[in-house]
Design a protein around this ligand. Sequence first.
Ligand code: CMC
Length: 426
Amino acid sequence: MTKTAKLILENGTFEFPVIEGTEQEKAVDISKLRAQTGYVTLDNGYMNTGACTSNITFLDGEKGILKYRGIPIEVLAEKSTFMEVAYLLINGKLPNEKQFLEFRNGINDVSKVPDGIINIIKQFPKDAHPMGVLSAAMVGLSAFYPEYLDADLTPEKKVKVINQLIAQMRIICAAFYRHSIGKNPVKSDTKLSYCADFMHLMFDKGNIDPAVAQALDILLILHADHEQNCSSTTVRVVGSSQANPFASISAGIDALWGPLHGGANQAVLEMLEAIHQDGGDFKKFLARAKDKNDTFRLMGFGHRVYKNFDPRAKIIKKACDTVLDKLGVDDPLLEIAKGLEAEALKDPYFVERKLYPNVDFYSGIIYRALGIPTNMFTVMFALGRLPGWLAQWKELIESDAMKIARPRQIYTGDVNSEYVDIKKRK
Ligand code: CMC
């Protein structure tokens, strides 16, 4: 029997279908709400709104579960590579050997960025924030590839543009880093794995320590998708207007930049450095985070969806110890982070609000150990999140249910205001 939900309003009682996902999540389908009742819903920050159905990523914030296409994140972090996960997210299944080779070759074939984009990158101030440059370069690619601007891309063009964005993003990120230190970009070495090549593009090294490439693989896998988060929702919103993939991804980069989202990893490192410079007294910072008259928040703590623990944070914390150990790095910030975490986890303020370390709490310490500068941390998050954005964009434009995203509002402004001539206004 189909389940329904009853809504009692002043103008009647209405029934709406209840839909259930494959992981037993339930939703009231209110798509006919306004037509049937004259009402809309009001849900600040979309705390209770399912904006779409999706087959890509499942997460259960109460139980701390995260799966890509049904595979637990812990398994992927242990056994897979970032490129394999990218294929999985975008295509729905793990690739066989032939499919994986085709995917890798498809990416390697387009592992060059137009000179025009490199020239633009070189015009930016060296101290510009790399996220602004990345966003500009991404949307700038649209000028060089008009063949991907059609609203109705063929399946072949979709594959090509996805491969191209994956290939070119790493080159753009590294090219700006090199510009920022006064160096020219280097050529991609397609014999290397994606992550090893990224480190080669950044630091112009032929031999990349496998421990470094593996650490990066894990971090990028953990970042690769996170269902309808702020930046993926942005990609979907922009894509829903049939804007091209370059514009949609560039918008996702912009959304990720904010410190409440991907920008938190940079903010965490800056916070840990500030604590370190202050003599390591993290209790002072905890007190500030709890003070409602202070805008300071404990960065890398709390999550809209995870109310128990963030499974990505668990994996990263463990990886942090392993990577620093393998690379022989002794970072005082790691001890500060661990002390801060332990103290926060027994503090009633954080316990009552279910605030736990999130993915960004420890990731910066690993990026730092890999030699990535702090202002590039959010760029690294973007590099990891790209396959997720592309998977979300592809799922959206291939869905029969696709509609332009256009929420409503409840107007609370003035009613019937008078137009007064400018000279007579106070
Ligand atoms: N430090 C201090 N207090 C906090 C924090 C924090 N990091 N996070 C939430 N709170 C408090 C908040 O003040 C509020 O308290 P009260 O109920 O007394 O008003 C309560 O906890 C609920 O917070 P909220 O802001 O309503 O929760 P939200 O779901 O809207 O926000 C969040 C989630 C991630 C934006 C928030 O926890 C936060 O700002 N964290 C710090 C930034 C951060 O680490 N962001 C990265 C998120 S993970 C990466 C990603 O996927 O984007």
